[in-house]
Design a protein around this ligand. Structure first.
Ligand SMILES: Cc1ncc(COP(=O)(O)O)c(C=O)c1O
Length: 370
């Protein structure tokens, strides 16, 4: 039986009556951009995070770009981040004219290693952008201490980690702001592109709202140069319906992950690390195959109809578009090693036990025939 990496059709079928009703209501309302449906979603999302503000935007990428722009980060500035992430994290820094400063990651969590931050700080550093990769919070305690000490902004890239917690705080509410993505592969997904920014800072929230609508502060009064980063009502409506189910879906992801852990612990792979004070929401269940063999396992699973994928095969400091930053291959060795050893397996909430057994059996079969 084939096991896809992700199958959204099951959750959409289960929610079809509510989704149909909401989408039709919005269609007939004629209110498609911002407005009451976006506000309803924003309120619900802010409540979910126990945060003061949630600002709906056009994508996770735009949430990051808008945050940097509204904080006045641009030419001549530096932002410290991880190279082991999706392109948008660093792409947005570079798009503002600022320089992404890549530091190496923690080999266990794949998140930015806080001990590398201070030596990367210069007089130009304006912000740190940690990524809560795969659904596991970065080590926000020390990151916030360093940010406070050096008076730096912290923009959390929480695109993969809605619902994850660091101690008693939801990710996205710990730094100055947190950026979410609702791209279809995310734990809370829409049917197109959408994102949001979470913040407890009233002043920043007002700026974010202004910047997402071209920087308009009053009728045709452009206070700043923003852009069209607006969330549309249909995506907001879909997300409003789905948000009620997020906690249940997250619990299921965690159950699948723990079951994988139990079955894979005797095999020569490392399972994802977890910590009591950091709730992992498993946007990805990512194993590590040390010392070669990852691509052979990837091919074996693929040949047996199991969806799996490498997130991410190339750390960003090695991407051609960042050649101008002059990082050498080997300069961030932990990220480079992770890129050739990680593999993400299906962990979507609706995956059946039988499907998961299939994945486990296929991995065991690979290692027994090695
Ligand atoms: C870590 C990370 N940052 C940013 C993004 C960008 O989000 P979006 O695809 O909604 O623009 C994504 C998702 O694709 C992501 O995984």
């Amino acid at each position: 039986m084939p096991v896809p990496l992700l199958d959204l059709s099951i959750q959409h079928e289960a929610l079809q009556p509510q989704l149909d009703e909401k989408v039709l209501e919005i269609m007939h309302s004629g209110k498609f951009i911002l407005g009451q449906y976006v506000e309803e979603f924003e309120q619900k999302l802010a409540d979910y995070h126990n945060a003061k503000h949630a600002i709906g935007v056009s994508s996770g990428t735009d949430a990051l770009l808008l945050s940097l722009m509204a904080m006045g980060i641009g030419h001549g500035d530096e932002v410290i981040t991880t190279p082991f992430t999706f392109f948008a994290t660093a792409g947005c820094i570079a798009r503002t004219g600022a320089t992404p400063v890549f530091i190496d990651i923690d080999p266990k969590t794949y998140n930015l290693e806080h001990q590398n931050i201070e030596r990367a700080i210069t007089s130009r550093t304006k912000a740190i952008m940690p990524v809560h990769l795969f659904g596991l919070p970065a080590n926000m305690g020390p990151i916030m201490d360093i940010a406070k000490k050096h008076n730096l902004r912290v923009i959390e890239d929480a695109a993969q980690s809605i619902g994850a917690m660091y101690t008693d705080k939801m990710v996205g509410t710990i730094g100055d702001c947190g950026c979410l993505s609702f791209y279809p592969s995310k734990n809370l997904s829409c049917m197109g592109d959408a994102g949001a920014i979470i913040t407890n800072d009233d002043e920043l929230a007002a700026k974010f709202r202004q910047y997402r609508n071209h920087g308009m502060g009053g009728e045709y009064k452009y206070i700043n140069i923003g852009g069209n980063f607006r969330l549309d009502a249909i995506q907001a409506g879909i997300l409003t319906v789905k948000l009620d189910h997020l906690s249940d879906w997250t619990d299921k992801r965690i159950q699948h992950a723990h079951r994988y852990n139990r079955h894979l612990e005797q095999i020569a792979v490392s399972e994802p690390h977890e910590y009591e004070y950091r709730k992992h929401v498993f946007n990805q269940y990512t194993i590590r195959i040390h010392g070669g063999g990852r691509d052979a396992l990837l091919n074996h699973l693929g040949a047996n109809g199991i969806g799996c994928r490498v997130y991410y095969p190339f750390p960003l400091h090695t991407e051609p578009c960042f050649d101008y930053l002059k990082y050498q291959a080997g300069s961030l060795p932990i990220s480079e090693e992770a890129a050739i050893e990680v593999l993400s397996l299906p962990v979507y909430p609706e995956m059946t036990r039988q499907q998961q057994d299939e994945v486990i059996a296929c991995i065991k079969d690979f290692f027994s025939s090695e």
